[in-house]
Design a protein around this ligand. Structure first.
Ligand SMILES: Nc1ncnc2c1ncn2[C@@H]1O[C@H](COP(=O)(O)OP(=O)(O)OP(=O)(O)O)[C@@H](O)[C@H]1O
Ligand SMILES: [Mg+2]
Length: 484
């Protein structure tokens, strides 16, 4: 029935017997552990040790890995890959199961039904998906996947990093999966091109670095794409910020202040930016520019751009700056740059200063003040010869407020501060903090205790908010003293 998915040469291929792995000692003994040879020479009288449960499990895993590797080779040899595109998932699974069953019987390997089901599933993922990564990609509770070489895969769940039980057979296996991902987007990764950024078919962000630059095996990081983005009310519910802060941010975005979300890696910058964009009116034309398209705006009038690295011949690069310059000719009301990290800072500041009020971006910085220094550095690095005072005055008039996101030690993500830029005094950009997260203690399980509070300072933009119809009660700026 499924013969169309098999290569016609199938019958002619000789069947090689599977290499059954003998129970040999671990080929790469851990540092410090005596090898089998050392053990034997060290003690003449030592009796052969009885295999423990762990030994038996390790042997079984080794055997299953050998079978998997062999079956995978056979599947690739036997499946007509060109016909796979048109097949349904059920057809493919069934075809794979049939080929596997035939091969197992030829190899004289008997497996119990659980092993068979696992094997069929894993082989399906090997052929059609991303192998061992596939179950993690399909698990919605996993946010990030971090691979440190073939034997160590960390995942982030609910803000906490944990070691998963997923492994690759060896570095070659891991490299094959990386290659599958990057070749699907027309890129290559090898010794001469040792790192790559890509977007998976489901929108997830992918980065890989391979040996020898990655010293102990390939490094992979995946930020899973979430279809259901966190909304402002979700973020309030999860304790990322308070209702008062949400009210303030709504007024700030709706009245077209230029906003920068600052924070460390994985602190929730993009998530916050996306949530804030929900306060943009539907009648506005918004253009987004990103290195990897992650933002998902809800407005009707949105144009999305994604920068592009150079191809293998070093040609065809389209930088964020190129996109931004072009965007300015496309009559946007607002521009959103996913992350400002380089020369595009100049055009971003200019856009914010010249009629594209309400533009937003994120930067990698640890505080509002640090964020300003980052911007200054980016301007300097872009090779613009401008006196520091001029750079500062550009930044001071372009940026209205900085929202600082942070991933705290307990894994929670919070908006730890909202700071307004109020102007310049001499050479110094002046700022005032309006809201902050007040940390009050630590639970024995590591949970951080605290609450959000106003600083008692009324917004510099309160009159503007009022003029635009956002008459916020003065009490939202009050200091909150919560006693435990
Ligand atoms: N307040 C929150 N509560 C729970 N999860 C959150 C929260 N904010 C962000 N996340 C999750 O944390 C992960 C990282 O978020 P996000 O991509 O926004 O971070 P980032 O600062 O933009 O990271 P990067 O520096 O890598 O670009 C995502 O999986 C996101 O869904
Ligand atoms: Mg981000």
């Amino acid at each position: 029935m499924f013969a169309r998915y098999r290569k016609s040469t199938n019958a002619a291929q000789p069947v090689k017997p599977v290499e059954v792995v003998p129970a040999r000692p671990d080929p790469q003994p851990r540092k410090g552990a005596p090898s089998a040879a050392q053990g034997a020479s060290g003690s003449q009288t030592a009796k052969p040790a009885r295999p423990t449960d762990a030994d038996r499990a390790a042997k079984r895993t080794q055997r299953m890995n050998a079978i998997k590797s062999d079956l995978h080779k056979r599947l690739l040899e036997n499946l007509n890959l060109a016909a796979l595109d048109s097949a349904s998932e059920a057809e493919l699974r069934s075809e794979i199961n049939t080929i596997v069953a035939e091969a197992l019987s030829e190899m004289d390997v008997v497996l119990n039904s659980e092993e068979r089901t696992t094997l069929n599933r894993e082989l399906y993922f090997e052929v059609m998906g991303l192998g061992p990564l596939e179950p993690l990609l399909q698990d919605d509770t996993v946010n990030d996947i971090l691979v440190n070489g073939p034997k160590q895969v960390f995942i982030e769940r609910a803000g906490k990093l944990e070691l998963s039980d997923v492994t690759f057979r060896d570095e070659r296996h891991l490299l094959r999966i990386i290659d599958k991902i990057v070749s699907a987007v027309g890129r290559r990764v090898d010794e001469s091109n040792p790192y790559v950024d890509a977007r998976l078919a489901d929108g997830s962000r992918f980065n890989a670095m391979v040996p020898p630059v990655a010293v102990d095996g390939s490094l992979v990081s995946i930020r899973k794409f979430k279809k259901e983005k966190l909304s402002v009310s979700d973020l309030v519910k999860f304790g990322a910020f308070s209702e008062e802060m949400a009210l303030y941010l709504e007024a700030a975005v709706a009245t077209r202040l230029n906003v920068i979300v600052s924070g460390g890696t994985g602190s929730g910058k993009t998530t916050t930016l996306n949530a804030l964009s929900s306060f943009i009116g539907n009648e506005e034309r918004v253009l987004t520019i990103e290195d990897t398209a992650e933002l998902q705006l809800q407005q009707i009038h949105v144009g999305r751009m994604e920068s592009r690295p150079a191809n293998m011949e070093g040609k065809g690069a389209v930088t964020q700056r190129d996109c931004l310059r072009n965007a300015l000719r496309m009559r946007p009301d607002r521009i959103i740059v996913g992350e400002t990290r380089g020369e595009e800072v100049i055009d971003m500041l200019q856009a914010m200063n010249t009629g594209h009020d309400g533009s937003m971006t994120t930067i990698h910085a640890n505080s509002a003040r640090d964020g300003i220094s980052r911007l200054e550095n980016m301007v300097a690095m872009a090779g613009i010869e401008m006196p520091l005072r001029a750079v500062r005055s550009q930044i001071g008039s372009a940026v209205h407020l900085i929202v600082q996101a942070s991933r705290l030690q307990d894994g929670s993500r919070r908006m730890v501060s909202i700071t307004e830029i109020t102007g310049m005094e001499g050479e110094i950009i002046t700022m005032q903090e309006i809201f902050r997260f007040e940390r009050t203690g630590l639970e024995p399980d590591g949970t951080i205790l605290g609450h959000f509070t106003g600083t008692g300072i009324r917004s510099h933009y309160a009159d503007r908010f009022k003029r635009w119809g956002y008459d916020l009660p003065a009490s939202i700026y009050d200091e909150v003293k919560v006693r435990r």
